[in-house]
Ligand binder design. Structure first.
Ligand code: 26Q
Length: 824
């Protein structure tokens, strides 16, 4: 475009950053964007006007970074993730933009309550749990480190469901997060991509070379929405590009012209369904067609977007690996591999071998699980119907790969069957993790133990074949959101002691170590924890009419509900204490005052998880109402645990429950957030707990339970949970009390499935770890009774867990996987 007006030629400059200027812009946005006077405005109007004002302040830099991203020849990271669990944006963007004080002053001068506007924001819940939140932490760190990068994902119209409880049971409500407007995104309809599905393929001859083309049956438009991702006070603003599905005109028109109006509308609904809703399963994926459509939709749009808009038209694609690395966040985006092959071979006319050599350098794969049932597979029948060309490409990749395997090992049919990307049973399917491992330049797990188990147990043969591919990058969390914003009082205390450099250099928390011996610092630290508990209580009271016990230890277990995470173990501990008191075995006065806080959503189709939620609520109702406990034991289970609630719960916690069966939790990231906020962990030797314990020291961590090899050995020798039940009177009493109907109004049938599952199946060995867990909880009580000793340990947990910053994770990705240029 050629500009003629002098103003259009001027560089974009950042707006003035005074409170007056901010107030003026806020009022301008309120009047001219929302179209209301301040006196007539709703909280939503004021929130949107404020958000737009913050956005305006960040916009100049954003435009600059977008321009730079297009021009630079530097290698970029494209982070491909089906989920981003972002949490609220307002405070984060105020902090990153260095606007918090200016905004507070401006709004107060206008007589506007900033806290009210903060509370007004509906968080974008475009993820299920750990994996989606990790992606959100990573894009924050990428922006803060100034790494050339872009995040790609799906703009779900409905995020993770809103959870309510009716009679203690989970009921799901749709999360219409966009309904009041979404000020942080900018739609770019003119940059839409057309995404094709279905149809068939044809081969044809071109000057003696056989080529293939795909004749799709239908298409849909992918419309990008840009979200700003500001780095922390570094003048950088990165982009998160989320795709929304829209019916294509051509498609509509054809049907309209045939006169079938209803059919045309149906077709539109069908296309737009693709980005309608986030699948709420996070562990046992169902092979749903719509889910595969979602995956291909966002991945194809992202690849085309990058190739089409980031590269110059005459770009030599054989240099692509020097320009981009696509990081696959689990297997959800793996269909990108055959898509890039299709583009290079079918559309750009590149020979297969050259295209494959490029493709294998352009992808890297992160695995987030060890559970066999969580490994994604897609039936060949479905893939062939939806993406016929991609299926052919996958077959050829597999053929050539297995030929290499044969060359190396001979006709070892067992090995070949075990390594094949295509599996025959129960139905012929594509193993996406295998495809990712074959295609990826690197494969990483998300904690040391997990990466080791991946090599030893899940991808064993691949480790033998490609040992150099495997590496570890231990997860991390952003210190901006989970310490600086979530725990302002602790942040101030830390900054007073060691300066504010820790926000972008979290390892500096080490400098706090000597202060654990400083009585004055301990007192101040204890005061912060107490203040955070009051702040949590304010939220719980207002949000749910709940309250934690006065002066109680806060014992917190917040995470998705899954049997492997073993919420049941925590329930048994509570029931056993309760049973002890009501049976007279324990004097109420000997119970260390505690409130157990739970937060957990269950996948809507996961019946056992839902029953466990019901049981927690049922136990809570009985325990909280029984005067015999003298208010010393409480159970609090606020519904709809999300990022916003996490930000209040974590800073208030004393004890962090990380009690999965060893070898099942890939990493965990909540465990890191708690330790950084001064909670002590009671945990198994699993995931990143291992590294947390190594760093904080055994004496500052309550370890219990079987190790992974011990659990494995018990499985091999034949695990019989009922033997543990028979052998332990305390356990028997707790299980019997649940079975008796004491928590279900005398109706024994309600929790019968939970009880019989524990006694006769207990896949995750809750009963085997029960006694060691109870013993560890007794150690917890003993240390907590010595307030000073507890606080000393808590301070050391903060001081020694700076390693778990997502900035460090991203640096590790750069060094070990991406090899993108050094950061400035
Ligand atoms: C797949 C296909 C179809 C439908 C849903 C899915 C699906 C969606 C989400 C499968 C898995 C997930 C999420 C997995 C997840 O959150 N894993 C967690 O990742 C964290 C970050 O690495 C780890 O800390 C946790 O240990 C791991 O459980």
């Amino acid at each position: 475009m050629t500009a003629t007006h002098p103003l259009a030629l001027a560089p974009v400059t950042a707006p003035p950053r005074t409170a007056d200027a901010f107030a003026a812009q806020f009022l301008h946005n309120l009047n001219f964007d929302r179209g209301v006077a301040l006196s007539a405005s709703s909280a939503n109007d004021r929130y949107l006007a404020l958000a737009h004002t913050v956005r305006d302040h960040l916009m100049a830099q954003w435009l600059e970074d977008l321009r730079h991203q297009k021009q630079t020849q530097a290698k970029s990271v494209c982070y491909l993730s089906a989920e981003y669990l972002l949490g609220r944006q307002l405070d984060n963007n105020l902090l990153a933009g260095g606007l918090a004080e200016v905004a507070a002053e401006a709004l107060s001068a206008c007589g506007v309550d900033l806290d009210e506007l903060r509370a007004h924001e509906v968080e974008p819940g475009l993820g299920n749990g750990g994996l989606g939140r990790l992606a959100a932490c990573f894009i924050d760190s990428l922006a803060t480190l100034g790494a050339p990068s872009i995040g790609y994902g799906i703009r779900y119209e409905y995020g993770i469901f809103r959870q309510t409880f009716v009679d203690g049971q989970q009921v799901e409500q749709p999360d219409a997060w966009l309904s009041l407007g979404s000020p942080w995104e900018v739609a770019r309809p003119e940059e839409a991509q057309t995404i094709a599905f279905g149809g068939h393929t044809e081969t044809f001859d071109e000057q003696g070379v056989s080529r293939t083309r795909w004749i799709p049956a239908w298409t849909v438009q992918a419309v990008p929405y840009n979200l700003m991702v500001p780095g922390f006070q570094n003048g950088r603003v990165n982009t998160l590009r989320l795709w929304s599905a829209k019916a294509t005109n051509a498609f509509d028109l054809r049907i309209f012209n045939s006169g079938d109006y209803e059919e045309a509308v149906r077709a539109q609904t069908f296309a737009e369904n693709i980005s309608k809703v986030l699948y709420p399963e996070d562990s046992t994926p169902q092979g749903k067609e719509l889910r595969l459509q979602q995956q291909y939709f966002f991945v194809a749009a992202s690849i085309h977007d990058f190739l089409g808009t980031m590269l110059s038209e005459d770009y030599d694609l054989s240099n692509l690996p020097a320009r981009v690395i696509f990081q696959l966040n689990d297997t959800h985006p793996v269909i990108a591999v055959p898509e890039l092959m299709r583009v290079l071979v079918d559309e750009k006319g590149m020979p297969w071998d050259a295209a494959w050599a490029i493709t294998r350098q352009c992808f890297a794969y992160t695995c987030h699980t060890l559970l066999p049932e969580a490994l994604e597979v897609w039936p060949v029948e479905l893939l062939g119907r939806l993406l016929p060309r991609h299926l052919e490409i996958i077959y050829r990749i597999n053929e050539e790969f297995l030929a290499e395997v044969r060359e190396r090992y001979g006709d070892d049919e067992m090995r070949i069957r075990n390594m094949s990307i295509i599996v025959e049973h129960p139905v012929r399917s594509v193993r996406m993790a295998y495809l990712a491992t074959v295609a990826g330049a690197k494969v990483n797990g998300v904690a040391e133990l997990h990466s080791q188990l991946l090599r030893d147990k899940v991808l064993t043969d691949f480790d033998d074949f490609y040992p150099e591919k495997f590496t570890n990058v231990t997860n991390g969390v952003t210190p901006r959101r989970f310490l600086r914003l979530a725990n302002p009082e602790l942040s101030d205390l830390i900054t007073e002691a060691i300066g504010d450099g820790w926000v972008t250099d979290l390892a500096r928390l080490r400098e706090l170590e000597p202060l654990a011996e400083d009585a004055g610092f301990r007192a101040a630290f204890g005061e912060v924890k107490a203040a955070n508990k009051r702040r949590l209580n304010d939220v719980l009271r207002e949000r749910d009419g709940l309250e934690v016990g006065d002066g109680h230890m806060l014992d917190v277990m917040v995470k998705r509900l899954h049997e492997y995470k073993r919420q049941m173990l925590k329930v048994l501990h509570i029931v056993s204490t309760y049973e002890g008191v009501v049976s007279g075995r324990i004097a109420a006065s000997d119970v260390q005052p505690r409130t157990a806080i739970f937060g957990a959503k269950a996948a809507p189709g996961y019946a056992m998880a839902k029953r466990i939620i019901h049981l927690i609520n049922a136990v809570g109702s009985v325990v909280n109402a029984d005067p015999r406990l003298e208010g010393r034991l409480k159970v609090v289970f606020p519904p709809n645990y999300n990022v916003t609630l996490a930000e209040r719960v974590i800073p208030a916690a004393d004890l962090s429950e990380q009690i999965s069966l060893a070898g099942k939790e890939a990493s965990g990231t909540g465990n890191m957030k708690f330790a950084l906020n001064g909670a002590l962990t009671i945990g198994t030797d699993d995931g990143a707990n291992v590294e947390i314990r190594e760093l904080v020291g055994d004496e500052n961590f309550f370890l219990f339970g079987m190790s992974e090899p011990e659990a494995e050995a018990l499985t091999v020798s034949g695990y019989r949970p009922s033997e543990y039940y028979q052998a332990d009177a305390g356990l028997r009493a707790a299980v019997d009390l649940i079975a008796s109907g004491a928590f279900s109004g005398g109706d024994r049938s309600v929790f019968e499935p939970v009880v019989s599952n524990l006694l006769y199946e207990d896949r995750f060995m809750v009963l085997a770890d029960y006694a060691p867990y109870i013993a560890a909880q007794e150690r917890v009580d003993a240390v907590y009774a010595d307030h000073d000793a507890w606080t000393r340990s808590a301070i050391l947990n903060v001081a020694r867990t700076g390693f778990f910053s997502s900035d460090r994770s991203i640096r590790d990705y750069i060094d070990r996987i991406w090899h993108t240029p050094p950061l400035d």
